[in-house]
Design a protein around this ligand. Structure first.
Ligand code: ATP
Ligand code: MG
Length: 479
């Protein structure tokens, strides 16, 4: 095992100054699995001030004693290396991450505070000496996740470890050792004490992994899912109708599985996993032939908004996922679909999201056990999308803007401006040829004769008509 020169240099400098230094944690695990580490962690018996003296190019901000050292390397995994003094964690309250740490003099004590045996191996500078008191290397070989200490204490000290165990099992494709798994199931409720940000980060790693499907099943098996996305569990045992052979839960997890096989993005994976999450709450009728789920995409989009807000997802990511869920039911029968309805879809979903929406729909089809991912209909939709992709689909693309409109009418900013612009957009969505200054200016004056209330009502009428159309189709197809 050859270490990068930058790492060797750091370890050498520590030694020359009279200290011990080892590489430790994830990078050792990666090396033993013959993978390239994505970052490097070093542990030492030097204290933070002493580390800083040896490496003047450093920054030291956190309370756990870690000093980050700049190596001058261009490579992203080596640019900065974290050096942490041997430490154990202070007394824990309520299974959260500890607030205090205590430095210790012994590497074995430091390894003992770590979560799993596979993460508790230290490797000496020339990588001849391994300090592996808990048989981590053996567990890596046998693909086993096992806590360093008694699992009960391990999880009560920091309940995030419950989720880290699932994450490592999923990402690495390992099995969780029996006693560890037993205590995970017993203690899953402790996850309640963990901050949503820490939960979110682990959940994302699980969903982004190649084994995301097994990961979600393992979250359920361990009882952790109910503290992350309990809404998903509502679909368990919820039978659908004629068009489906799977329950809602089976359907959603299989949809996720498809997006993983296709290596789709996190947003598409989550939208697929969530797309029918509103079905249990909207189900009407018990018969397998005729039960319905009207409006499940609207209810579902609201649920997803709550889920992602709860998990503190960044707004940009969650907006996209919510939209994908909200519009996953788009209709695309080539015989009936019109260009204006595709423009309306684009106006709602955004041109930049249409490809992902089609991916969610593929996942929906495959996840329901139907054979073809991209049937003729979806290809036809792509064709229409291409055809209309230069048409105006947002207020911003109209040939008159708000300022021109106010000048034209001699009025000041107010709600009427938006109402008129949206009324113009509705007309232009029907027929893009109307997007001409002359025509729009003439329409502005006609629309100005209506009160805001009337403008609002006619916009709502269009919405309602579209909704009714959608409902009729749903009735026809039992979706
Ligand atoms: P990756 O970087 O791939 O997420 P990693 O094993 O490097 O995996 P980090 O979160 O970077 O994980 O942490 C580095 C090391 O610190 C771990 O290998 C483990 O030894 C220890 N560690 C991290 N978080 C915890 C925790 N919550 N409880 C106990 N030990 C932890
Ligand atoms: Mg790491």
């Amino acid at each position: 095992m050859q270490l990068p020169q930058e790492i060797k240099n750091i370890l050498e400098k520590l030694q020359k100054a009279g200290y011990e230094g080892y590489i430790v944690g994830g990078c050792v695990r990666d090396l033993l699995m013959k993978k390239t580490p994505k970052d490097w962690d070093i542990t030492t018996n030097a204290k933070p001030e002493e580390i800083q003296k040896i490496f003047p190019e450093n920054f030291y901000t956190n309370t756990f004693g870690t000093v980050t050292v700049k190596t001058g390397s261009e490579e992203s995994s080596l640019k900065e290396v974290q050096i942490t003094p041997y430490r154990v964690e202070g007394k824990y309250t309520d299974s959260r991450h500890p607030e205090e740490v205590t430095f210790v003099n012994n590497i074995v004590d430091d390894l003992g505070r770590r979560d799993f045996t596979i993460n508790a191996i230290a490797l000496s500078p020339n990588s001849e000496q391994r300090i592996d008191p808990w048989g981590g290397e053996h567990d890596i070989k046998n693909k086993i996740i096992k806590t360093v200490e008694n699992p009960n204490t391990c999880f009560s000290d920091d309940a995030l470890r419950l989720l880290r165990a699932v994450r490592f099992a999923t990402v690495l494709g390992f099995k969780i050792e029996e006693k560890t798994l037993y205590y995970m199931k017993e203690r899953s409720g402790w996850l309640k004490n963990i901050s949503k940000e820490r939960i979110r980060d682990e959940f994302i790693k699980i969903v982004e992994s190649d084994n995301a499907y097994d990961g979600v099943l393992l979250l359920e098996e361990t009882g952790l899912l109910q503290y992350i996305v309990p809404e998903l569990r509502e679909g368990m045992g919820v039978d659908q109708n004629l068009h489906h052979i799977y329950t809602v839960w089976e359907h959603l997890t299989r949809a996720l599985k498809y997006t993983v096989e296709k290596e789709y993005s996190l947003e598409v994976r989550l939208a697929s996993l969530f797309h029918d999450i509103g079905k249990p709450r909207t189900k009407r009728g018990q018969s397998h032939e005729t039960s319905t789920f009207y409006g499940h995409e609207v209810v579902g989009a609201k649920m997803v908004a709550q889920i992602l807000e709860r998990l503190k997802f960044p707004k940009e990511k969650s907006d996209k996922i919510i939209r994908l869920v909200r519009y996953h039911m788009f209709y695309y029968n080539p015989e009936e679909v019109t260009e204006s309805s595709v423009r309306r879809l684009l106006a709602n979903i955004g041109l930049e999201n249409i490809e992902d929406l089609i991916k969610v729909r593929e996942a929906d089809r495959i996840g329901s056990g139907r054979p073809k991912a991209v049937p003729y209909k979806l290809r036809h939709l792509k064709y229409i999308v291409d055809k209309v992709s230069n048409d105006p689909i947002s207020v911003k693309m109209l040939k008159v803007n708000g300022n021109e409109l106010m000048n034209e009418l001699g009025i000041k900013p107010g709600p009427k401006i938006g109402l008129i612009l949206n009324s113009l957009l509705a007309e232009v969505l029907d027929d893009p040829a109307r997007n001409k200054k002359e025509y729009l200016k003439q329409r502005i004056h006609e629309l100005d004769k209506k009160s805001p209330e009337e403008l609002k009502q006619s916009l709502e009428k269009i919405e309602k008509a579209l909704e009714e159309e959608e409902k009729d189709r749903m009735k026809k197809y039992y979706v």
